[in-house]
Design a protein around this ligand. Sequence first.
Ligand code: 4AD
Ligand code: MG
Length: 429
Amino acid sequence: MKIYLSQIKNHIDQSVILQGWLQSRRGSGKILFLQFRDGLGYIQAIAEEKNFSAEDFEVLKSLPQETSMRLEGTVSKHPKKDEYELQVSGFSIIQQPDTEYPISNKDHGVEFLFEKRHLWLRSKRQWAIQRIRNTIIYATYEFMNDNEFIKIDAPILTPNSCENTTDLYKVDHFGTDLYLSQSGQLYSEAAIFAHRKVFDFGPTFRAEKSKTRRHLNEFWMMDAEAAFMSHEKSMKVQESLICHIVKKVLEKNNQELIILERDIEALKKVQAPFIKMTHAEAIAELQEMGSDIGPDSDLGATDETILTKKYDKPIFIEKYPAKIKAFYMKRDPENESLALCSDLLAPEGYGEIIGGSAREDDYDTLLKRIQDEKLSAEDFEWYLDLRRFGSVPHAGFGFGLERLVTWISGIHHVREAIPFPRTLGRVHP
Ligand code: 4AD
Ligand code: MG
């Protein structure tokens, strides 16, 4: 019977057929240990000389890495561990590489591995990361739908900026300039008047020349937006969403977290309530810790690192100076110089994973902001319409998928969190 390795525990002592790839091989005498994967899992397959013709055993002995093949054999379970083995009784080759596979067990430089990204995705660590990414996506859809947010897809080709005008990728649309979307937020805002609670989840683009471990030029963002949602309520939703995502990864990806040597206890501490402080409080705390950050500054990468290493839960930083935040953010009624916004920072040195705010819902105030920021009122006409017809208080937030994957997987650099990263130095393969 053909089976998947994900189902192996249901087939102990049975004869099964696996289809997949030879990851590596050990042994050479009378017994061979084949590390085999089928895409859904890994197994050690044991081939003993006595069970094969001399000719077949010679073939097995010389099979190169990444040969695609079928293995037939009997499943046995490790007496103590949750591990399984296959006693191989037969095999057939699907395709045998005739050149050496470029990625072996030896240490390759990271640039080489990214150049071979189309192959590197097959390695165990990369396999684990992508499976965690999938759980995060799945858990997000689940949480949003369970909480009555419906998905409304935002366009990628857009006539105007969302976050700022310097980081835009320009695209020629038959003689008109369009820009690749920086966030679906403005379109999600339009959709709340029809559906009240919505989200979008898609690729976003930032032409930033950043070379940090947190920045990509193309990344995936989930934007949530709801009519009548306050800034406070938005933070509650973010907190519940993150707790749900982490819980799902702990449930579904134990094997992957072990492969990545992730500190699972640290993830278990991700429970409500999260830590909350204002931007002013964060600045004071950072200055005490030796940072030279000023009162009107955004947190730099090092600031985020030192602050989030101090706590073992995610931290909301609220109420940034309005002048360093986006034009659409509503001001704090208690202090007009502050924005009614928050960033959520992941612990263990990871830093910002979510940005969110209440949105300016007054037509005249918003128009003035657009003019003050020298944005084109014409391009934003449609957005201003949302304040002309039935404007309501509303709020929303957006998470960066790769930042979440990086933190939850416990990896160092965001570029490993996406199958094919696009950064300042890399757009290939
Ligand atoms: O904080 P940002 O810029 O917020 C927005 O775009 C809002 N329109 C979202 C909203 O309110 N709906 O981006 C949101 C998140 C960040 O917190 C971060 O996790 C991620 O997107 N992000 C990046 N991830 C990887 N590489 C980059 N260059 C990123 N820039 C932002
Ligand atoms: Mg931000």
